[in-house]
Write a protein that binds this ligand. Structure first.
Ligand SMILES: *Cc1c(COP(=O)(O)O)cnc(C)c1O
Length: 421
């Protein structure tokens, strides 16, 4: 390491050991990066991306070429028939909500085959709240197939559960749980299992944090729709906001009717000045994601060497950018997050404190010193101060700066007496 950061010598030795151990997973990440960079470049060339596509439109946005070509580029990259890529999606939850409301009708059933979905989806589905316009309010039924004790998809229970489903829903990333994330291979097996009993089911994948971590996306193994956020992987740290829905053309159209209105769909929606950063973000995304994967691999390796339980282990194959580190108590989580913040390019001088975040039943501490508000493709960490006392770490626009952030987190713990080296 350089002279710019004073890292404890014992930590530096461990970091070197970690990097040696990580050689193979790093090579895998670089191989995926190379493949996906060419995949994205090919789509830019084939769709004749040109400077005119960066000119934003205003008002209705009729005939906005930049918008339409970006949809086509995304569709090609994800092996999908069509895509809806818009800055109007305010978040990943919004894009997921549009997809669900776009496809489901009164009397239909949605079945989640990966257990409880991401927290923010609970109110969209109607698991919490009354009379607020949730799917349940509109008469959509919901069922869940619980994960097995080991956190895997219960393939024995899936066929019976999805028999009458209109939408089969799965979440690729562990999100903020300790269960494993589901690889594209596992998703392929799930698709085959569902198709055998219910060929017409719409298989929808919450793809948040998964894009470009593998060579294939779920749409390339038979999923009907994938959905994600542009302030995570596919925005490459450059898109300022937005989300995407990609997949079957008829379904993307239904979703576009929900995002704008029936009959207008994709034909409207001005891009303001967002197009250039959305193109550029996609172009950079495979490289940025590889940096985030390597940061995650390094963090899990270092913290395993420091004696903690980590999920996944450094040498396990990745399908998302998340690392969960079980630190054991509240003080350790606080010290860790304060260390991450101290290594962030923005707001490094502030010190995060635990707070009562709306919707959570315990205090939560978060570290985020990002160029884009809430962007978790940038180095960030979140930890609810309750069992299992784990911190979820993700992002890092480059490996080197991600690694430095992780080392500063460990050093912050040591300085506060929460870690003996
Ligand atoms: C981030 C994320 C979402 C959506 O969250 P937003 O904060 O609304 O963008 C949904 N599912 C998973 C697995 C996620 O990681």
């Amino acid at each position: 390491m350089s002279e710019f950061f004073q890292i404890d010598t014992r930590l530096k030795v461990l970091a070197e050991k970690a990097e040696t151990l990580c050689k193979e997973p790093f090579e895998r990440a670089e191989e995926v990066r190379a493949y996906n960079e060419e995949k994205v470049l090919r789509a830019f060339l084939d769709n004749r991306v040109s400077e005119i596509h960066f000119n934003g439109s205003t008002g209705y946005g009729y005939g906005d070429l930049g918008r339409d070509v970006l949809d086509a580029v995304y569709a090609q990259v994800f092996g999908a028939e069509d895509a809806l890529v818009r800055h109007n999606f305010v978040s990943g939850t919004h894009a997921l909500s549009v997809a669900l409301f776009g496809v489901l009708r009164t009397g239909d059933t949605m079945v989640s085959v990966t257990g409880k979905p991401y927290d923010t989806m609970e109110e969209v589905i109607g698991l919490r709240g009354e009379g607020n316009g949730s799917l349940r309010d509109f008469g959509v039924k919901y069922q869940e197939v619980e994960l097995t004790a080991a956190g895997e998809i219960d393939f024995d229970a899936v066929p019976e559960a999805v028999r009458g489903a209109k939408v089969v829903y799965l979440q690729r990333s562990r999100g903020y749980s300790l269960r494993p994330s589901f690889s594209v291979d596992v998703i392929k097996r799930l698709v085959e299992t569902v198709r055998q009993v219910n060929p017409a089911a719409v298989i929808m994948v919450d793809n948040c944090y998964g894009e470009f971590v593998e060579k294939l996306e779920p749409t390339q193994v038979g999923a009907d729709l994938i959905i994600g956020s542009l302030i995570k992987n596919p925005g490459g740290g450059i898109a300022q906001t937005g989300g995407y829905i990609a997949g079957r053309k008829d379904l993307v159209e239904q979703c576009s009717y929900r995002l704008t209105c029936v009959g207008m769909g994709k034909e409207v929606g001005c891009t303001l000045n967002q197009s250039r950063s959305m193109y550029m973000g996609l172009f950079w995304a495979p490289g940025v994601v590889a940096g985030a994967v390597k940061t995650s691999v390094f963090a899990t390796c270092l913290f395993e060497l420091l004696g903690f339980s980590v999920y996944p282990r450094y040498n396990e194959p990745r399908t998302d950018i998340i690392a969960a580190l079980r630190l054991g108590d509240a003080q350790k989580l606080v010290a860790f997050c304060q260390g991450i913040q101290s290594g962030s390019p923005v707001d490094a001088f502030v010190s995060p404190e635990p707070w009562d975040m709306p919707g959570y039943d315990s205090k939560v501490i978060m570290a985020a010193g990002a160029f884009t508000g809430g962007a978790s493709i940038e180095l960030s960490a979140d930890a609810p101060l309750k069992e299992p006392y784990a911190v979820w770490l993700q992002g890092g626009l480059t490996y080197q700066t991600g690694k430095t952030g992780v080392l500063l987190a460990a050093q912050s713990m040591a300085e506060k007496g929460e870690l003996s080296l």
